[in-house]
Ligand binder design. Structure first.
Ligand code: X2X
Length: 366
């Protein structure tokens, strides 16, 4: 009898503490991302919110806001806002956080990464762990690694095979200094613009060109409506991270923290594979196709892939762009060498900024 009443008291206490903990939760959490819901990046963000909502039985209800609307379009202010709690979380590109976390420029060192395997190895290695720890030391719980992708150049004027072909072209670049320096070094005329202004800039022709990843951004943007020429040069890559304000993350019960961490990992994997669809050795396609078949993609991938199918039903991204009338050239090794040599001073300068030890760790990880 005594045991039974003790048990009831215990149940009561547990139920009460669970209730009071749950009562500390906000009705809605905000998550910021750049671009929109029709982009794999946006789909990864929405997928994350769906997984968390479903697995916490609605205890954690996250709303994803695209277009960096929570920071009035200023994509490079998002990290500060997550850090100070004005935004609860974000799924963000390393580029957009690099003005505050200089080490993230590791991924923006020109011609540092040669393959997806190298990117994965660095993310999973000492360098990747260092970067996540560094972000956490600044008060933001960090999960890696999704991917915007290898960034390619497009423009409305001419094909680019050698650095001189970029002369005098007005290029829109992201608001991170290394991009300005790379394009200046290559002889072009770079301009910093937020993503929202940039898309208007492409429509109105105020800039001649831009650089962004093929599947994660350029296909859903329908870049062929603005630019005829594309050069695949894989000069640098921007991974995506999910960052959560530390106090917000710590306010979750350990059980819910584990759910959020697991959902972040799955959503980032899903998004990365979507962004590589039709660009890698077929790994991404196999992964995504299986998720579509099982319904695990929650309809997102299926919808995205149906928007850019070739007539034979396949999703070869470069062939698709050509079918839209784009002239696409892939730099040969010899051509690439010229760009690599020309941007070497920027590389050398930014190795210092990023930190020689970190760069060496990344080289060893590769
Ligand atoms: O602004 C860009 O170019 C974009 C969409 O790729 C990023 O947010 C880094």
């Amino acid at each position: 009898m005594l045991k039974k009443s003790l048990f009831l008291v215990l149940v009561f206490i547990l139920a009460f503490s669970a209730l009071s903990l749950a009562a500390d939760y906000k009705e809605e959490y905000t998550l910021s991302y750049n671009v929109g819901p029709a982009f794999p990046w946006g789909m990864g963000a929405e997928y994350f919110t769906d997984l968390v909502r479903e697995r916490t039985d609605g205890r954690i209800n996250i709303k994803a806001y695209g277009g960096s609307s929570l920071s009035a379009g200023k994509q490079t202010s998002v990290f500060m806002m997550v850090r100070n709690g004005a935004i609860d979380m974000a799924m963000e590109s390393t580029i957009n956080w690099s003005p505050q976390i200089k080490e993230l420029n590791l991924f923006s060192l020109p011609f540092f990464f040669d393959s997806y395997a190298e990117i994965d190895a660095v993310e999973a290695g000492t360098a990747g762990q260092y970067l996540l720890d560094r972000i956490e030391s600044l008060g933001v719980k960090a999960f890696g690694w999704g991917e915007n992708g290898f960034r390619e150049i497009t423009n409305s004027k001419r094909a680019v095979h050698k650095p001189e072909d970029l002369s005098d072209l007005k290029y829109r670049v992201v608001g991170s200094k290394i991009f300005i320096e790379i394009f200046q070094e290559l002889g072009s005329n770079p301009l910093t613009m937020n993503w929202g202004e940039a898309t208007t800039g492409f429509q109105q022709g105020t800039v001649d060109g831009q650089e962004n990843p093929v599947v994660d951004v350029l296909i859903p943007l329908k870049i062929w409506e603005f630019h005829e020429y594309m050069t695949i040069w894989n000069y640098l890559v921007d991974p995506l991270l999910i960052g959560i304000n530390e106090s917000v993350f710590n306010s979750f019960t350990p059980e819910d923290q584990a759910i959020v961490a697991q959902a972040a990992e799955e959503a980032l994997d899903f998004q990365k594979m979507l962004a590589r669809y039709g660009l890698d050795d077929g790994t991404a396609k196999a992964y995504i196709d299986e998720m579509v078949t099982s319904g695990e993609d929650l309809g997102y991938a299926k919808k995205f892939l149906s928007t850019w199918k070739l007539e034979d039903g396949s999703n070869n991204s470069i062939e698709f762009l050509k079918a839209q009338g784009m002239k696409v050239n892939i730099l040969t090794d010899a051509e690439k060498k010229l760009f690599r040599e020309k941007t070497r001073p920027v590389y050398d300068k930014w190795v210092e900024v990023v930190g020689e030890d970190l760069v060496q760790d990344a080289i060893d990880d590769k």
